[in-house]
Design a binder for this molecule. Sequence first.
Ligand code: SAM
Length: 201
Amino acid sequence: MTKTSERTPMDWDQRFRDETTPWERQGLHPAFQDWRDNGAFDDVARVIVPGCGRSHELQAFAAQGKAAIGADLSETALAWQKAHLEKAGLSAELIEADILLWRPDAPLDAVYEQTFLCAIPPRLREEYEQAVHAWLKPGGKLFALFMQKEEPGGPPYGCAIPAMQDLFPEDRWVWPDGEPVPYPHPSLSGKPELATILTRR
Ligand SMILES: C[S@@+](CC[C@H](N)C(=O)[O-])C[C@H]1O[C@@H](n2cnc3c(N)ncnc32)[C@H](O)[C@@H]1O
């Protein structure tokens, strides 16, 4: 599969093979747990985790009985997902692809985003927004965790809220009332991820 390309300068598979993965949380993201515990996923039947890497949320969605799709460029990460799903007696669809170019056969209810948008080159952000909009049914949800980082460069590239409001405009997305909730990242210098749920119009 793609190792390095114009679209994806980072060799993500090598990062997994080298175990240089500082973005990884050792367990479920606390925002995921809060959303799950307050019923935010209750209406979700089919969900994609783009750039799932070796994150645990894919299995957690499968454990809740959701039709879960995990997508990543990295065959190493997807092999990890496959092994852990099998060990837990769970199943999910695994797609090895540049997921921004993928479209589902039927619209999805939800997208769960965790350190993926901040990982892709910023020039692909509009493509990301178009992809997520195309994946979701009207009323579908983007569970977003926007990485906050003021220093230039990346990955991770900062996803400041004003930039996100431009990327996900009001004529295509409903932003909730109230401020996004900060969740400091345990290993990326405590950088906060801001949790919010956008609704596709
Ligand atoms: C920073 S890691 C985050 C992984 C995971 N979401 C987590 O929280 O541990 C970014 C992930 O996105 C994947 N990725 C980057 N560009 C991608 C693309 N265009 N399509 C699919 N996956 C991609 C990488 O292989 C990597 O697993």
